[in-house]
Design a protein around this ligand. Structure first.
Ligand SMILES: [Zn+2]
Ligand SMILES: [Zn+2]
Length: 259
């Protein structure tokens, strides 16, 4: 158990949330319900791609940049702001993220203890289904106007990016360990996301969950450094802008841990 002092509100919410998780809920089952269909689609697409040209392979670059921006946009606008249009279908996303995920995890206490708590870290399994269904029309169009390879590459990148997202977000909420502290990119997103969980800045800072590219480009990062520095910043707090230095992922701070 963590010895970090947390607010009454967070402690109470955690207890109530854990008590309300269904008896039949299983964290590994939840994880598999996302990874099995995701990996199946990736494997199918890989199987269908034959002798891709360099141009077809280079399609990966703009698509990943676009997905990185999408991740930023959706987190900033659908997960932290109530979108009441579209028949209100995005309201549960806002509620679940801003009122549950961000109360359960704060910069002061970012970690979970058992895999039953994956319930509040992972998205419901239908989220990936929705993203994959949304990819089918543009993938078909690309398949007709360019090549079937291009269509399958686009189709494959949706589950790849999404599984990357879920894996990295889970890594943000595990207890500190050698791997997450030392693995490049993973350590970066851990600090980046811990700072995002600081209540005063969660609505506008550090919206990326994989690689902080859009945050760097859009000026919504808490760091003051270039793109490469952003990507490989790790736990370093040297470049954190002055106004954000107060609430920076207490569990990542070895001085705080030793105290
Ligand atoms: Zn989080
Ligand atoms: Zn958030």
């Amino acid at each position: 158990m963590s010895t970090v002092a947390i607010s009454e509100k967070q402690a109470t919410f955690r207890e109530q949330y854990k008590a309300a998780i269904a008896k039949w809920y299983n964290g590994w089952g939840h994880l598999l319900s996302i990874f099995v269909p995701g990996v199946a689609v990736i494997a199918f697409c890989v199987h269908m791609i034959h002798d891709p040209t360099i141009w077809e392979l280079l399609l990966v670059v703009p698509v990943l940049v676009f997905y990185n921006y999408n991740e930023w946009w959706l987190h900033k606008n659908a997960m932290h702001r109530p979108i009441k249009g579209l028949g209100g279908i995005l309201m549960p996303v806002y509620h679940r993220h801003t009122h549950q995920h961000h109360v359960y995890f704060t910069a002061q206490l970012m970690t979970y203890d058992t895999n039953r708590e994956w319930r509040i870290v992972l998205f419901p399994p239908y989220a990936l289904m929705v993203f994959m269904l949304l990819t089918v029309p543009p993938a078909l169009i690309l398949g007709f106007v360019w090549s079937s390879n291009a269509g399958y590459i686009l189709m494959m990148l949706t589950p790849i990016y999404y599984l990357n997202y879920e894996t990295f977000h889970l890594c943000c909420h595990v207890h500190d360990n050698w791997f997450v502290r030392n693995c490049p990119l993973v350590n970066t997103i851990r600090r980046h996301h811990a700072a995002h969980h600081s209540q005063p800045i969660m609505m506008e800072r550090n919206m990326n969950l994989t690689y902080p590219v859009a945050d760097w480009y859009m000026g919504t990062s808490d760091l003051n450094r270039g793109l490469l520095g952003h990507l490989f910043n790790g736990y370093n707090t040297k470049y954190v802008k002055k106004e954000f230095q107060q609430d920076q992922g207490r569990e990542l701070d070895s001085r705080a841990q030793a105290a």
